[in-house]
Design a protein around this ligand. Sequence first.
Ligand SMILES: Cc1cc2nc3c(=O)[nH]c(=O)nc-3n(C[C@H](O)[C@H](O)[C@H](O)COP(=O)(O)OP(=O)(O)OC[C@H]3O[C@@H](n4cnc5c(N)ncnc54)[C@H](O)[C@@H]3O)c2cc1C
Length: 399
Amino acid sequence: MDLAFSKEEISFREEVRAFFRDNVPPDTRRKLQEGRHLSKDEMVTWWRILNRKGWGVSHWPKEYGGTGWTSVQHYIFNEELQMHPAPAPLAFGVSMVGPVIYTFGNETQKKQYLPRIANVDDWWCQGFSEPGSGSDLASLKTKAERKGDKYIVNGQKTWTTLAQHADMIFCLVRTDPTVKKQEGISFLLIDMKSPGITVRPIVTIDGGAEVNEVFFDDVKVPVENRIGEEGKGWDYAKFLLGNERTGIARVGVSKQRVRRLKELAALELGHGRPMIEDRRFREKIAAVEIELKALEMTQLRVVSAEREAGRSKKPDPASSILKLKGSELQQAISELLMEVVGPYAMPYQPESEGRNEPPIGPDYAGPLAPTYFNWRKISIYGGSNEIQKNIISKAILGL
Ligand SMILES: Cc1cc2nc3c(=O)[nH]c(=O)nc-3n(C[C@H](O)[C@H](O)[C@H](O)COP(=O)(O)OP(=O)(O)OC[C@H]3O[C@@H](n4cnc5c(N)ncnc54)[C@H](O)[C@@H]3O)c2cc1C
C-alpha cells in the first residue's frame, strides 16, 4: 500500500488550491469559516463557477461532464475544498440522484436532467425518510397508486434538507404493499411545483430552517418520471446510499476548524493569558489532532485501496469507520471551539436570508454555540452512528 502522493498529485493539489483561492467569492468563504448559513444565491453562484471550470460533477463519467480524475485526485479536490473552505457541490443532485439517473435512467431522463443538475438549474432534495422510517427505511409508507399514465402519491417525508429551495425531489414510494417490503418500492422524480405538495419547515435548535416536512396529497406524477422498473426502487436506493465514498470523513472540514480553534485560542484569554498557552488546553487540542491524523491515515488507506482496485470497486465498509470517527471528531472540535470563546459562543444566528449579518466586529468568532448544537446532526444523518457500528461489526469484524 502506497500512501505517498506522486509529483503529479502534488501539482494537482496546487492547481486546485490556486483555483479556490482565486475564484471562491470572499464573502462565501468568510461565512463558512464563521460557521454561518449561506443563501441559495451564494451557493448557486459558486457552484456555477465550479461548473464553468468543468469541476461541478467531477466524479461523473466523462460523457456526462465528469473529469476522469483518479480516486486520489477526488480525495485531494475534496480535502482542498473543505479546507479552503468552499461549499461542496449540492449532494442531492450531484452525488445522489445524478449517478442514479445516468446508471438506471433512460435516455430522455439523462438528457432532461443531467445538464440541469450540473448547472444547478434544478435544485434537488431527497425524499427518503418518513416519520417512523429512518434507519428502517424499507418500512416506508408513502404510497403511489398507478392510474393510467400517472401515479397518485399520498404520504409524508421528513427531515428533507433544503426542500424549501428545491425544484425537484427524488422519492422512494410504495407501489405494491402486498410483497416483501423491499420489493414493493419504486423510485420517482417529482416536480416540487406539483399541486398537492406542501413543505413545512422544521426549525432546528440553532434557529436554522435547513430541514422540512414534505406532504403529498393526491400528487399526480407522470409514469415517465419513474426511474427504471417498478418495484426496483430499493436497489437504486442502495446504489445511491453506497455511492458517496469520498469526503465522508470531512477531514478537511476538521482541519479547517482546528486551524480556527488555534487562531481563537491565541486571541482569547483564560486566567489572564492566551488559552493556547494553557498546557491542559493545548493537550486537548493535541488529542484531537492526533485522532484527526489517524482518521486521515485511515481515509488514505481506503483511497489507496481504491487506487489499486479502480473506482468500479464496491463501496468499502471501512467508509463506516470514516463516517463514525469523522462525525465524532467534528463534534469534539466544535465543543473545544465553544470552550475557547466561553460566553461569546452564544450569538444567535437568524436563518432568513438578508438578516444573517454578523452582529459584531472583525474578531467575530462565528455562531459557535449554535453550530455546536446544529452539528449533533452529523452523527444522525446519512445513517446514524449506531447503524455505522452495526455495519462495522457485521461487514468488517464478522460478528
Ligand atoms: C439534519 C438532518 C438532515 C437530514 N436530511 C435528510 C434528507 O434530506 N432526506 C432524507 O430522506 N432524510 C434526511 N435525514 C434523515 C436521516 O436519514 C434519519 O434521521 C436517519 O436515518 C435516522 O433515522 P430516524 O431519525 O428515523 O431515527 P431512528 O431510525 O428512529 O433511530 C432512533 C435512534 O435509534 C437508533 N437505532 C435505530 N435502529 C437501530 C439499530 N438497528 N441498531 C442500533 N440502534 C438503532 C438510532 O441510531 C437512533 O439513535 C436527515 C436527518 C438529519 C438529522
